[in-house]
Design a protein around this ligand. Structure first.
Ligand code: C2E
Ligand code: MG
Ligand code: MG
Ligand code: MG
Length: 285
């Protein structure tokens, strides 16, 4: 009978699962308030030019400063935000905040400073108007398109949906650059990416992690770099944690590097201090 079944079903719902479900629920509810309560933060990680070690580019990475739980990373709440339809508002907030920040840094550090912003595939697929908002935000800030790069994951390009290609083209028409994030973890070929007119390839950190010891990974990185260059793209290596990794990548012709070896992502004021202390910023005055 139903009552018995219900009981049986409940018995499969272990206390671990209950905790996960309750956690999810409280995160989802909290997330709805997070924007209004100004609990979201952008952290910034430098993207270092391997030719001379200079920095005129940073990736904006979102965090949630939760009043009880402390700092929560995007891997926890971005998937929930995508599911719950909150990603559209969050995505707009990130873009607005990042544009404001890069405007400040272009005045304070270099006039060609750039910001790289992660774009949820969900927003590309469900929101038909966001690019208009985004172009308007840029226009209002008086910044050129090439002050921003949009990072998208391979999975987004793989579907080959024409709507995605159209939107990417709209961004590129405005001068905004496009980077493929976590490259090498999906299935797309470089030739395929060429169709989208991509500016940057970001080599996933799983290829960088064992560069010191793994000859295969070294060969793979070198091949990705060489092919990307042939197709007119520049290459950013993610997850650089050692000097040796940096040296190997530079020797293979990699253009930019990003990772804990330089610094973890930092709040804006600490990022500025890091730029000053490291001597990697060129000043306009
Ligand atoms: P991602 O775009 O691939 O960002 C790189 C991730 O690697 C960041 O994690 C960064 O903190 C981490 N990282 C950087 N250097 C190193 C290193 O040397 N070693 C290791 N082990 N990790 C390193 P984070 O900040 O937790 O972000 C995770 C992912 O969340 C991002 O991956 C991105 O896909 C997503 N994300 C972050 N911010 C946003 C956002 O504003 N909007 C959307 N839609 N997604 C975001
Ligand atoms: Mg990224
Ligand atoms: Mg990545
Ligand atoms: Mg990622």
């Amino acid at each position: 009978d139903a009552k018995h079944q219900g009981r049986n079903r409940y018995s499969y719902f272990t206390s671990d699962m209950r905790e996960v479900a309750l956690n999810r629920l409280s995160i989802v509810n909290g997330l709805r308030q997070a924007l209004a309560n100004a609990e979201l933060r952008l952290y910034y990680q430098p993207i270092v030019d391997l030719r001379d070690g200079s920095v005129y580019k940073a990736e904006a990475l979102i965090r949630w400063q939760h009043p009880q739980r402390g700092l929560i990373g995007p891997d926890i709440f971005i998937p929930l935000a995508e599911e719950q339809g909150l990603i559209l508002d969050i995505g707009d907030w990130v873009f607005r905040r990042a544009i404001h920040q890069v405007g400040e840094w272009r005045e304070r550090f270099r006039p060609d400073f750039q910001i790289s912003v992660n774009k949820s595939p969900v927003q590309f697929q469900t929101d038909q108007t966001f690019y208009k908002n985004w172009l308007q935000i840029l226009l209002d800030a008086g910044l050129p398109g090439d002050s921003v790069t949009i990072e998208i994951t391979e999975s987004l390009t793989l579907g080959g949906k024409p709507i995605v290609a159209e939107k990417l083209q709209l961004f590129r028409d405005a001068g905004i650059q496009v980077a493929i994030d976590d490259f090498g973890t999906g299935y797309s070929s470089l030739a395929y990416l060429k169709r989208y007119d991509i500016d940057f390839l970001k080599i996933d950190r799983s290829f960088v992690r064992n560069l010191d010891s793994n000859e295969n990974d070294r060969v793979l990185c070198a091949a990705m770099i060489a092919m990307a260059h042939t197709l007119g793209m520049q290459v950013i290596a993610e997850g650089v944690e050692t000097e040796r990794q940096r040296d190997l990548l530079a020797a293979a012709g990699c253009d930019y590097a990003q990772g804990y070896w330089y610094t973890v992502p930092l709040p804006a004021d600490q990022f500025e201090q890091w730029l000053l202390d490291s001597g990697r910023a060129n000043y306009t005055k």
